[in-house]
Ligand binder design. Structure first.
Ligand code: PEP
Ligand code: MG
Length: 585
């Protein structure tokens, strides 16, 4: 309902990250919680208390970090170095002693003194030319934030514990945060940062929660309990809507729900083109619980099971048994349909909770995915064993992320064999005869596709990263989000090359990036000869609907025209003119 005390209606524009409309009350999650620090003076008699307050906060921060170190399993203890550095930094002269001096000399509150000292240190670090030292300024921010949170008593909001129906408003939400969202409580969310293919956006679509990201300053404009309308299809957020706006959106919401219900009914049937060519339409999942969404939306299997989310919300690593248990549940629930389990793709924009503060200067190009796993064989083999064991219970394919060289495939196979040998020795049932696939998401792998095809049973094109790495566009940077488009002619040529090689080498080629979930891209992908599409479960009905309206021969002719276009806009115009009417029915 609109507020009685007539607040002005404000419209904000962001990135349309997850479709749908929701209307509800704002709930601000200040993940950074330490922005607004007030200065006040401490009189002489309270000075000791203030100093004690600061020292206690540091002690608590040290204890928290030590606790994190203790919870890291023995096998990976050698990676606790960065956290130990943070423990040492908490007591560093530059930070600790100087803050104490400032409280004493200036008689100011501990928060203010800490803020002042930290700003000084940061300025000093930033003026140093050495990139390593520059980066260390992040460590200072990290540890000082920890002390600050203790001082102001602001523990991080636990999203999993929110107990009313609200729309989350945050500067940013990490994949770990979003994976704790309870569907019966969170109606939607808006963030200042993030983009369409950021993992936060992907989870929003999977959870079918309307979301608008990359708003820039939503957290400054929106206040707790403001009424919000989120239109996740257009990227519009309306704060304190008028009665008239509210009614308009309620009508749109009803119409959209009716259309969705209609498509949903049809989605149980297979997707077949007019000329009788059928194409599996699969679901992408992040958590085992999402299997239900894939089945409810008529998914023909799981084309991408992103397994990293089981690692993100904890400070230790899951055991083989824990992983096996989850994978087996998914595999059994989907059987006999295929389940494509992708091995750990952490870092990049999905950092481990335990690596907080261990920022890589360029995470997308860092120790991510297969690179991380090959450096941490204990963690990798634990996961491979769990996957091979789950494969004994249904139809499993294994998929490896971010492959960029043939050596990585060979090394991966070595560990896969090692995992099977261990299971053999341990006498545990497993199945090693499963299709071995690689993600095609790095340009070097596209160029080497003919060589890679000799070692793989299938290719799965990860367009989210392929676009990022080909067009040099950070997928989470809203400043360049307008340049990020799957229908860029360079991306189409890359997919065409991969599909051509796959046909020649007689292996299957799938697309599991977000591109596959937009019905407008489907005629192009089918024309390019893609064998299977995988997407957020909620996109399945609309994609199946599009496939049913196509004719394979026509899509091949259409593709020729598409490949003649030299700009993204020309491609989009042509696709919209030819197929836009099917979507807006
Ligand atoms: C991709 O890159 O397209 C993909 C499917 O993988 P992710 O989004 O998990 O990086
Ligand atoms: Mg990827």
């Amino acid at each position: 309902m609109p507020d009685k005390d007539i607040k002005e209606e404000i419209r904000l524009n962001g990135i349309e990250a997850s479709p749908g409309i929701c209307i509800g009350k704002a709930y601000l999650v200040d993940k950074e919680g330490v922005d607004v620090i007030e200065k006040y003076f401490i009189d002489k008699k309270n000075l000791d208390n203030e100093l004690k307050r600061f020292k206690t906060a540091v002690k608590q921060a040290v204890n928290d970090l030590k606790q994190i170190i203790e919870n890291i399993p023995k096998e990976v203890r050698n990676h606790t170095g960065i956290i130990e550095t943070h423990v040492a930094l908490l007591k560093d002269r530059m930070l600790y002693d100087k803050t104490i001096e400032t409280i004493k000399n200036e008689r100011v509150n501990a928060e203010w003194a800490l803020k002042k000292i930290v700003s000084g240190i940061k300025v000093m670090f930033q003026s140093i030319n050495d990139p390593y030292l520059k980066e260390r300024s992040n460590d200072i921010t990290y540890v000082s934030d920890r002390i600050m949170k203790k001082l102001i008593g602001s523990e991080e909001v636990n999203i999993g514990k929110i107990d009313k129906r609200v729309i989350l408003v945050a500067k940013d939400l990490s994949p770990a945060d979003t994976s704790q969202i309870q569907l019966d409580k969170i109606m939607g969310f808006v963030t200042d940062r993030g983009g369409k293919t950021s993992h936060t956006g992907i989870i929003a679509r999977t959870l079918e929660i309307p979301a608008v990201l990359g708003l820039g300053n939503a957290t400054k404009t929106i206040k707790n309990d403001d009424t919000l309308i989120i239109d996740g299809s257009t990227g519009i957020v309306i704060v304190n809507p008028s009665e008239q706006t509210l009614n308009e959106y309620k009508e749109i919401e009803t119409r959209e729900e009716e259309h969705k219900a209609h498509l949903s009914l049809e989605s149980r049937f297979k997707a077949e083109t007019i000329d009788g060519f059928s194409l599996p339409v699969m679901g992408n999942i992040e958590l085992p619980e999402e299997v239900a969404a894939v089945l409810n939306h008529g998914g023909d299997g799981i084309g991408l099971y992103r397994t990293e989310f089981q690692y993100l919300t904890r400070s230790d690593f899951p055991s083989e048994e824990e992983l096996f248990d989850k994978y087996k549940k998914v595999v059994e629930a989907m059987a006999p349909r295929p389940v494509t389990i992708r091995t750990l793709d952490i870092n990049g924009d999905k950092a481990l909770a335990s690596s907080n503060g261990f920022d890589e200067p360029n995470p997308a190009l860092g120790l991510r995915a297969i690179r991380y796993c090959l450096e941490r064989p204990e963690i990798f083999i634990t996961q491979l064993k769990a996957i091979l064991r789950a494969a004994a219970f249904g139809n499993v394919r294994i998929l490896f992320p971010m492959i960029s060289s043939l050596d990585e495939i060979r090394e991966t196979k070595k560990y896969l064999n090692e995992a099977a040998d261990l299971l053999e020795k341990e006498g545990k049932p497993y199945n090693k005869n499963i299709p071995f696939g690689i993600m095609i998401e790095v340009p070097s792998t596209v160029i080497m596709a003919d060589v890679m095809a000799e070692e793989a049973d299938f290719f799965s094109i990860g367009t989210n990263d392929l676009i990022q790495y080909t067009l040099a566009i950070d997928r989470v940077n809203m400043g360049v989000a307008h340049l990020y488009h799957p229908l860029h002619p360079a991306i189409l040529r890359m997919i065409k090359h991969v599909a051509h090689v796959a046909k020649e080498k007689n292996i299957k080629v799938f697309v599991c990036g977000e591109m596959a979930g937009d019905p407008l891209n489907v005629p192009v992908l089918i024309g390019l000869g893609i064998d299977e599409l995988s997407m957020n479960p909620q996109s399945i009905p609309a994609v199946k609907n599009m496939i049913r309206s196509l004719n394979i021969e026509d899509t091949k002719k259409f593709l020729k025209e598409i490949l003649n276009q030299n700009t993204t806009n020309d491609v989009i115009k042509l696709v919209e003119a030819s197929f836009g009417n099917i979507i807006s029915k």
